[in-house]
Design a protein around this ligand. Sequence first.
Ligand code: NAD
Length: 428
Amino acid sequence: MTDKSFNPFEMAQTQFDSIADKLDLDEGTRELLRYNQREYHVSIPVRMDDGTVKVFRGFRVQHNDSRGPAKGGIRFHPMETINTVRALAMWMTWKCAVVDIPLGGAKGGVICDPHNLSAREQEGICRGWIRQLSRDLGPLNDVPAPDVMTTPQHMLWMLDEFETIRGSKLPGFITGKPVGMGGSMGRTEATGYGVIFNVREALKELKIPPADTTASIQGFGNVAQYAIELYNQIWGKVVCVSCWDQKDQISYSFKKLDGIDLVELKGITDRFGGIDKKKAEKSGYEILPGDAWIEQEVDILIPAALENQITGENVGRISDKVKIIAEGANGPTTPDADKEISSRKIFMIPDLLANAGGVTCSYFEQVQCNMNYFWEKDEVLGKLDTKITNAFNAVNGLAKSKKLYMRDAAYVIAVGRVVEACRERGWV
Ligand code: NAD
């Protein structure tokens, strides 16, 4: 979804290859896991508000379902590509495995820009995507969820279309639904909170009190906002956030050394996570064009916007003060930048672990839907904390005992579990 020369699927395969070498996997197993099991390309005709019909292109990719039904979000983005969706599907397989939930990996996308679509047109895309794919999705084989620029309302339209086609109530078919309509309490917070459960554990490991730390965050959407909320609750201070400016078509960073005011900034942010520059300036924020968030003198960097953001070109601008990078986004660091981060001994919390809170809570949502019994928010977040903390401890424990980079340790655990499932099923 970012620049055209960047192929996230090749990056995902490169990461896998290096772990396959470490695990000494045979050719057949490598061949199976380097590619996706199934891939769908669909055309979705939608009658627009002006009466014309516009055809939108959409995708669904199922990477591997050896550990359970495939699971993954669906994105709406004008620059969505099949290679992004392929990469994200593979990353979902590893993410579900590293937190040890019984699900496989999938991802979906539609090339569209919700900024320029009415609610009725967006509903048409949601229902059309389901009509094209309903025979290959379902609570027992592939369970979608929201992702970039898709919301609980989109999920409810999709559920309604799916249930209409199947002729029964199947709330476990899709997650991220509104609370009261089969959604789980805590799902909105889950990814951002999961990032900070990891950060909290990393700070414990480094013996740094959270109250002594500052952070800079790329993005100001769902993941970033809830990460900031919990980080503030453990007394951390965020001094810079950034967002994409739809009008100017560039990103801006918003800096306040006293600490950004989350409630105030949320009040001047649109539903796509874009902050109003004029109002922010009036409230005393310094506004810097581009990726200034990366060069702030902070203890923690949290990329929580998009893939391909910490690259060979800007990694050198990361301050020597930075001790932790927690990847809220999927695939924000390119392999060349990752090498440098590893050599600088920055404590990396890789995406598959850092942002696994979302899918873990989605799994809880499915469980609750299947029982038709819904937990209180504290119970959901408590279970989430336990799952994420256990996963962090397993990855950190392996990293320390085998002297591995955290990303490699997370992959060794995740890929190892998927390989075991494929072997036990007799696939390889
Ligand atoms: P979102 O749409 O709510 O917010 C995205 C934010 O990133 C917005 O503030 C947007 O302005 C900003 N942004 C976009 N491009 C940017 C750029 N070039 N520079 C700076 N800011 C930019 O999305 P989200 O749900 O918060 O997801 C963010 C990332 O986290 C994505 O990579 C997504 O795949 C990943 N993720 C999300 C979830 C989830 O539950 N929402 C779960 C796992 C992973």
